[in-house]
Write a protein that binds this ligand. Structure first.
Ligand SMILES: C[S@@+](CC[C@H](N)C(=O)[O-])C[C@H]1O[C@@H](n2cnc3c(N)ncnc32)[C@H](O)[C@@H]1O
Length: 268
C-alpha cells in the first residue's frame, strides 16, 4: 500500500501517539499485544512518530490489553451486546477481540473517521459515527434492547470536567446497567499539559483539562450519576526491572493515587 500522510492536528493527532506505542509493543517478540492490523496501519502512515512522541513505551498497549480483557468478559455474558467506542481513532480492538454477534459503534470526529476509513471499513456490525462523543446524537444509534458497553480510551482527559460530568450523567440515565470503561490522568499531569507538555522534539500535546486523582474518582462519579459499582485499576508493567519498580511503586497509596489509571463502572 502507498504511504498515507495522516494530516491530523489537535486532539485527533493524538491517535498516532497511542498507535505508535501499541504497534511498537506488538512488534516486539516479547510484546504483550498481538495486533497485526495496528502494525499494518502504523507502517503505512507517513509520519515521524519518534519526532512527535519520542521512543515508544508500553503504557498504551497495557491499557489496550486491559480494555480488551474487560470487553471479552462483557461479550462472554452478552455476545449480542453493543459496544460503543468513544474516540476510537485508529484503535484496532475489533480485530483483537473476536466475536460474531455484537454491534460495534465507533464515535469519533469527522477527520478521525476519515483517516480510520482509509484502513478500516465500516459494515453492518461495525458502524462509524462521525460526530463528537459530546453530541448525544450517538445515543439514538444504540438499540434499546441490548446490553451496552461504552469504552473511552484516551478521550475524557481532553474534555472540560463539566463536560465529562454531564456526559456520564446522561449516559447513565439513558443506558441503565450499562458498563463504562475509561482511563484518566492525575491532576498534576493535567496541569502540566495546560502549561504545554513537550512530548517529542516536534510536538506539544493538546491540553488535557480533566485531571483527577484516583481517590476522587468514585465520589465524583457518584455525584454525577447513578452508579452501581466503580473500580479503578493501576497500569501494570509486566517486563523487566522497570516493571518491578513501577509495580512496586503502585503499591504505595500516595503514588498510585497520583498516577494514571483505568476505571470500570456499572451504571445503576
Ligand atoms: C488519544 S486518541 C485515542 C484514540 C484511541 N481511543 C486509542 O486509544 O488509540 C484521542 C481520540 O479522541 C478523539 N476525539 C477527540 N475529541 C473528540 C470528541 N469530541 N468526540 C469524539 N472523539 C474525539 C480523537 O479524534 C482521537 O481519535
Amino acid at each position: 500500500m502507498a504511504r498515507i500522510a495522516p494530516n491530523l492536528t489537535g486532539v485527533p493527532e493524538t491517535m498516532l501517539w497511542t498507535l505508535h506505542n501499541r504497534a511498537c509493543e506488538a512488534r516486539r517478540p516479547d510484546g504483550i499485544l498481538l495486533d497485526p492490523k495496528g502494525v499494518e496501519i502504523y507502517d503505512t502512515l507517513d509520519y515521524d512518530y519518534v519526532g512527535s512522541f519520542g521512543a515508544a513505551e508500553p503504557s498504551h498497549a497495557i491499557r489496550a490489553d486491559f480494555f480488551d480483557n474487560e470487553l471479552r468478559a462483557f461479550l462472554k455474558d452478552h455476545p449480542e451486546g453493543v459496544i460503543v467506542n468513544l474516540g476510537e481513532g485508529l484503535e484496532t480492538q475489533r480485530f483483537r477481540v473476536e466475536d460474531d454477534e455484537a454491534l460495534w459503534l465507533c464515535v469519533d470526529l469527522p477527520d478521525a473517521i476519515a483517516i480510520r476509513e482509509r484502513f478500516i471499513k465500516p459494515d453492518e456490525r461495525h458502524r462509524h459515527l462521525a460526530m463528537s462523543a459530546l453530541d448525544r446524537g450517538w445515543f439514538d444509534a444504540v438499540p434499546a434492547d441490548r446490553a451496552v458497553y461504552i469504552t473511552a480510551q484516551g478521550l475524557l482527559m481532553y474534555f472540560a470536567p463539566e463536560d465529562v460530568g454531564r456526559l456520564i450523567c446522561d449516559m447513565a440515565a439513558r443506558f441503565p446497567k450499562a458498563r463504562l470503561c475509561f482511563d484518566h490522568i492525575p491532576e498534576w499531569l493535567s496541569k502540566k499539559t495546560l502549561k504545554g507538555w513537550r512530548k517529542g522534539r516536534n510536538y506539544v500535546t493538546p491540553e488535557m483539562p480533566w485531571g483527577i486523582n484516583q481517590c476522587d474518582i468514585e465520589p465524583i462519579l457518584r455525584e454525577w450519576a447513578a452508579v452501581e459499582r466503580a473500580e479503578t485499576f493501576p497500569y501494570k508493567f509486566e517486563r523487566g526491572w522497570q516493571g518491578l519498580v513501577f509495580n512496586g511503586l503502585m503499591r504505595v497509596g500516595w503514588i498510585r493515587n497520583r498516577s494514571p489509571g483505568m476505571t470500570c463502572v456499572r451504571f445503576a
